[in-house]
Design a binder for this molecule. Structure first.
Ligand SMILES: CC(C)(COP(=O)(O)OP(=O)(O)OC[C@H]1O[C@@H](n2cnc3c(N)ncnc32)[C@H](O)[C@@H]1OP(=O)(O)O)[C@@H](O)C(=O)NCCC(=O)NCCS
Length: 167
């Protein structure tokens, strides 16, 4: 089956880099959507270091989701012992009332573009709770593969899948 995908503008959503004055807003969405929360200085440091791959989704002027990432040098998650420039998706979330309409996919598509074309990453990886079916389905549909199970990765003891994609 050929999958057709709506462009962000057809979804009524604008995907763009976050602005500094929106970081508190992003922090609020993070706290509503995920148990993994961070200090303002952590959000700020990602904003400063990799501004083109810290993105928000705007619908009718309202920030409805975000994805943030950083660039690291490290061993490939896919080819053992190869040193690679890795994009690390640190966090992604869409407000509950805006889910299921393609915003998460649009955020992921754009962040992968930025990590590849702006920052020159060879590979992108992320961690996801083994029970987070929605997110796992999204990453699989974009071509991510599970490369490892990180035991008790989360503070509550749940395992994570490490998932990665090579460009
Ligand atoms: C994961 C998340 C970002 C997806 O955002 P979204 O805007 O709802 O996603 P989309 O509408 O773009 O859907 C993309 C794909 O995700 C998967 N998906 C989304 N909702 C799903 C659901 N309820 N059940 C199963 N799969 C689902 C599907 O593969 C879907 O593709 P399809 O519509 O072609 O079937 C969102 O559910 C979220 O914010 N969850 C809470 C935070 C979170 O878990 N973040 C990930 C941490 S690793």
């Amino acid at each position: 089956m050929v999958r057709t995908e709506a462009a962000p503008q057809d979804l009524g959503v604008v995907i763009r880099p976050v602005r500094e004055e929106e970081l508190l807003n992003v922090m609020t969405i993070n706290r509503i959507c995920l148990p993994e929360n961070y200090s303002y200085s952590f959000f700020y440091s990602l904003f400063k270091s990799n501004p083109e791959s810290f993105l928000v989704a705007e619908v009718d002027g309202k920030i409805t989701g975000y994805v943030m990432s950083r660039v690291e040098w490290g061993s490939s998650k896919m080819d053992t012992l190869r040193l690679r420039k890795l994009g690390h998706i640190v966090s992604i979330a869409v407000l509950p009332e805006y889910r299921g309409r393609g915003i998460g996919r649009a955020l992921m598509r754009e962040v992968l573009n930025a990590l590849r074309n702006v920052y020159g990453c060879d590979e992108v990886y992320l961690e996801v709770r083994v029970t987070n079916t929605q997110a796992i389905n999204l990453y699989h549909s974009l071509g991510f593969k599970v490369t490892k199970v990180a035991k008790s990765y989360y503070v509550d003891g749940e395992d994570a899948y490490v998932m990665a994609i090579k460009f």
